[in-house]
Design a protein around this ligand. Structure first.
Ligand code: HEC
Ligand code: HEC
Length: 243
């Protein structure tokens, strides 16, 4: 009677000790991916490649100048990846961040990119703290007059025009892209149909001050018009740190 009990108790302790040895690493990995840090190999293409710049949940990174890609629609992401790959975007000598993105995906196969995008789709959209001060009232007015036609009232773009989501992206990223279109560092390629539209649109606003007002307004849209279609819960960037 007492013998099997002793054996099972001993086995129980051995098992607990074994779990104790294995647990810390497992816990470390879990909390690394929870914090959005890039995680170790064996976790799929998204975590081993994209996460190094875009963060473990696609929330973006100010240091890497990488946008928050978690709330972008798949058609737009696929368009842009095609553009980066073919040199329609990210191939200008003054486009350093575009070149980084272009270089990073040049080593991946189409299947690997597709796997990364499947992973990306599982992450919630992320809210970002504003970093650009602007006159929101003026920004709203100029947005309605000059941008809404393509980017829509809620900033979620329109597949039919292939105009992108601007809601849900960080304001500093939007401003940087605005300046790239203006300088001809993005949208310069003859095959860049969407970029050409933006090269025209940058002429609609008289100066960068007005552009900042509009972008500060755009930064309010994601919270104002939550993404009902996917009903994804939103995370706050203070929890996943994009800055
Ligand atoms: C070395 C860092 C790096 C890696 C790795 C990387 N990216 Fe990027 N990515 C960037 C940067 C920086 C930009 C902004 C480019 C610019 O300024 O035009 C960007 C832009 C993008 C954009 C365009 C977003 C928009 O709003 O137009 C998409 C989509 C994207 N990345 C997806 C991915 C995916 C998917 C992966 C993994 C397969 C990946 N990236 C890997 C740095 C990186
Ligand atoms: C005629 C249609 C049109 C108008 C008007 C327009 N846009 Fe765009 N915008 C686009 C398209 C199309 C894209 C995607 C470009 C691409 O494919 O690279 C885009 C992309 C952008 C991007 C880059 C987003 C990203 O994820 O990288 C920003 C920022 C932007 N637009 C801001 C504005 C602002 C601000 C206005 C108003 C002053 C405006 N746009 C007016 C069509 C338009």
């Amino acid at each position: 009677m007492s013998r099997p009990l002793t054996i099972s108790v001993t086995c129980g302790f051995a098992l607990l000790a074994l779990i104790g040895v294995l647990m810390p690493d497992q816990k470390k990995n879990e909390s690394a991916s929870k914090n959005g840090d890039h995680a170790s190999a064996g976790q799929g293409v998204f975590q081993t490649t994209c996460a190094t710049c875009h963060g473990g949940r696609g929330q973006g990174s100010y240091e890497k100048k990488a946008p928050s890609i978690a709330s972008l629609p798949r058609w737009y992401i696929e368009d842009q990846i095609k553009n980066f790959r073919s040199g329609v975007r990210g191939n200008h000598q003054d486009d350093l961040t575009g070149q980084q993105m272009r270089g990073a995906i040049s080593v991946l196969t189409d299947e690997q990119v597709s796997e990364a995008l499947d992973t990306l789709e599982t992450f919630p959209a992320v809210d970002h703290e504003p970093t650009i001060q602007g006159d929101l009232k003026k920004g709203a007015h100029y947005y309605r007059e000059n941008c809404m036609e393509c980017h829509r009232f809620n900033g979620r773009g329109e597949l039919a025009f292939r105009s992108s989501h601007v809601a849900g992206l960080q304001d500093w990223y939007l401003l940087a892209q605005w300046q790239k279109f203006k300088a001809g560092v993005r949208g310069y390629h003859p095959a860049d149909v969407g970029g050409a539209k933006m090269r025209k649109a940058v002429r609609y606003l008289e100066n960068d001050e007005v552009a900042k007002d509009v972008i500060a307004y755009i930064a309010t849209l994601a919270k104002k018009f939550p993404d009902k279609k996917s009903e994804k819960p939103r995370a706050s960037d203070s929890k996943v740190s994009t800055k």
